[in-house]
Write a protein that binds this ligand. Structure first.
Ligand code: UCC
Length: 645
């Protein structure tokens, strides 16, 4: 038996003091503490006094404590310091420290309260009137006030910090997200709505119509004025296939407005003040156009106090029921019947999908942000817990295998953080009007890539993170399981993994490959700068990234030459994974050579780069995308449905 295995054999595996009671010949009872230990002590009845609490036990595990999420986040601090000039950084950091304290002392508990008190719907009053009253808890309502006061949306649109405004805003949202009781969801749509208004309406901030009013409210810091927005895209016919699944129609009115008639199947944060939705305009012949090109974008206010048709005061909207969901239970998600909802068309007719894409870009970035916010929060709690929890005679923080697990979670979180914040940095450049064409191309391709990949990471990290608490991670009243439940939606809403993989292909095709060329050239530039820094300890990781870049470009070139494009569709998901893994590798390396980096940054980069960074080539070489493989996969999946093979 090896030395290790021998010592393993001697461990008191239960990890608690075992007490055996022995009965002597004269009836005297003695207790033996840790009978397996060498120096067994025999104790008498008197000694048992020390164990008189044995029935319920007198040990209570310390619970993990949330410390200021900004001051305890070395990566966030260093990233902001690296990317924001000193004069802005100082002001921004002061606000983030203050806000971090507010999260610990006030907001976090309210977030948990939102989970404990999910929304309910009262459809009728006692007398049978349809009232559709959505009941949300005080904590949920207070998140709206907090959001306005803290400028959660405002910071991004005031642009007081120029191209750094988005970094500031999103850093704040990153801290807020995991404690917001899912208020991050309405904020995502609110931000997306402000973006649509800003890009579709000329000088919207000074517009004196409905659009200007809405824009000023969405971006207000005044809780009494602040509005949130919904994004009602999903109908029964399809959450992904919006082009064919949308049945809602829009009837033109003589005053230029429209009334909407249709059924919205998943409407998140239904307590919103306004919403954006898609519908097909009925033309003068009473016809509608099918497909994507028949869809126009509409803006509506959810309440219409002037309309006396409904006792609810809603704008031609009936809430049919609230959805019964796996997670995001804090969030009111409803099925809505729109019947005569007054709405305003926005953007060009029949280009609704293109116009709502502005909103999708923002909500997808929020999705990434909320993924990393959840990952980071669970990690922070797990790290704190490891410094409190004792097992096998020592703290978890002294258990190398446990620390390795936490380090792996940390590296995933870092990689996801750097990719998400790189997109946010580029978004800031775009909005300040100083983005290059390459920056714009990168936003286009990296947004779906980052969304699809970070969603999966968030799920993996949540699973692993809960395990770090042992059984406590499985108990609802610990407040921990919600992390996993809420992470599950990240890969579903705002486009599933496969839909986003197809969006990546769409972006490549629509730009004639430019988005990919720009991606390669940005990554190569980063890798070259890392090379030029002449850090010999990074030579191996650099080699791995270079080889992955070579593989990915060889794969793309190979695919371009094929007449049959079916293989690229089957490879789309792995290609997106490869793009994210390579980009994260480059960003981790870039961060590792920064003048203030330390050995943890270097280790994280090395560790990340040691994996297969280009799974699409690995699988391609194995023939997993060719027709034979696809045929076998169909056989494998549908063995019991022969009629579908
Ligand atoms: O609403 C939902 C829940 C809300 C909760 C919000 C939470 C926020 C997260 C917060 C975190 C806590 S979930 C609903 C989400 N639904 C989706 O994500 C839809 C998924 N499906 C797609 O993404 C599809 O790919 C579609 C709908 C975009 C595809 O539609 P089409 O009609 O087939 O697309 P086309 O015909 O290819 O594109 C139509 C136009 C084209 O431009 P033009 O008209 O100039 O030719 C495209 O280039 O739209 C343009 N386009 C885009 N542009 C399409 N996608 C994009 C894009 N991603 N970016 C820019």
């Amino acid at each position: 038996m090896s030395k290790f295995l021998k010592s393993f054999h001697n461990v008191n595996w239960i990890g608690i003091r075992r007490i055996s009671i022995y009965e002597g010949r004269n009836g005297q009872r003695t207790a033996s503490v840790n009978p397996s230990a060498q120096n067994d002590k025999k104790v008498t009845n008197d000694h048992c006094e020390a164990f008189r609490h044995a029935k319920i036990g007198n040990f209570f595990q310390d619970q993990p404590v949330l410390h200021n999420p900004y001051t305890t986040d070395t990566l966030l601090k260093s990233f902001l310091k690296k990317n924001i000039p000193e004069n802005h950084f100082k002001v921004i950091e002061d606000d983030l420290i203050r806000f971090g304290d507010r999260i610990c002392t006030e907001i976090h508990e309210k977030g948990l309260e939102c989970e404990r008190n999910p929304p309910t719907l009262t459809q009728y009053d006692a007398w049978g009137r349809r009232i559709d009253q959505l009941n949300t808890c005080d904590a949920w309502k207070s998140m709206k006030t907090v959001s306005a006061e803290e400028g959660m949306i405002a910071i991004g649109y005031e642009r007081n910090y120029g191209e750094y405004s988005r970094l500031y805003q999103m850093a704040k949202l990153f801290l807020f997200g995991a404690s917001s009781g899912l208020y991050s969801c309405p904020l995502a749509m609110t931000d997306g709505a402000a973006k649509v208004l800003e890009s579709s309406i000329n000088d919207v901030a000074n517009n004196d119509g409905v659009f200007g009013n809405a824009y000023r409210r969405l971006t207000s810091r005044n809780p009494d004025l602040f509005w949130t927005s919904g994004q009602w895209m999903t109908e029964r016919g399809g959450g992904s296939d919006v082009a064919n699944g949308t049945e809602t129609v829009a009837c033109r009115q003589s005053d230029g407005t429209f009334t909407l008639h249709g059924y919205k199947w998943f409407s998140s944060a239904t307590d919103a003040d306004i919403a954006f939705t898609l519908a097909r305009i009925i033309d003068e012949n009473g016809d509608i156009k099918q497909g994507s090109k028949g869809l126009s974008l509409f803006f509506l206010e959810t309440r219409n106090p002037k309309d006396k048709k409904l006792d609810s005061g809603l704008n031609g909207i009936q809430m049919q029921r609230l959805k019964n969901k796996l997670g995001t239970r804090q969030l009111p998600t409803a099925e809505l019947l729109l019947d005569g909802t007054v709405a305003h068309q926005i953007g060009d007719e029949s280009h609704g999908v293109r116009h709502i894409s502005d909103m999708l870009t923002i909500t997808r970035i929020y999705n990434c942000l909320m993924g990393i916010s959840g990952m980071k929060r669970l990690l922070q709690l797990a790290v704190d817990y490891s410094c409190r929890r004792t097992a096998f005679g020592s703290k978890l923080c002294d258990n190398t295998l446990h620390v390795q697990t936490l380090a792996r979670i940390d590296i995933e979180t870092r990689a996801a953080f750097l990719m998400t914040f790189e997109i946010i940095r580029l978004l800031g450049l775009e909005e300040a009007g100083i983005a290059t064409n390459q920056d714009l191309a990168l936003i286009r391709i990296l947004t779906p890539v980052c969304k699809l990949y970070t969603a999966k990471q968030a799920l993996d990290v949540s699973t692993e993170g809960l395990e770090c608490f042992g059984g406590m991670g499985y108990l609802e009243d610990s407040g921990l399981p919600r992390h996993l439940r809420d992470a599950q939606v990240l890969s579903i809403w705002e486009g599933t993994t496969n839909i986003l993989s197809m969006d990546v292909l769409r972006a490549i095709e629509k730009s004639d490959g430019k988005v990919l060329t720009d991606f390669f050239s940005r990554v190569e530039k980063i890798v070259n700068s890392v090379k030029n820094s002449e850090k010999s300890y990074l030579s191996e990781p650099i080699k791995n990234v270079e080889s992955a870049i070579k593989d990915l470009s060889a794969f793309v070139l190979g695919m371009q030459k094929k007449a049959d494009q079916s293989e690229i569709v089957v490879a789309a998901r792995d290609m997106s994974y490869s793009i994210s893994k390579i980009f994260m590798a480059a960003l981790l390396l870039e961060h590792a050579i920064w003048e203030r980096s330390d050995k943890t940054d270097i280790y994280a980069a090395k560790r990340w780069c040691s994996q297969d960074l280009c799974p699409v080539m690995t699988n391609y070489k194995s023939g997993f995308y060719d027709k034979d493989s696809s045929d076998v996969e169909k056989l494998l999946v549908y063995a019991s449905y022969p009629e579908n093979i």
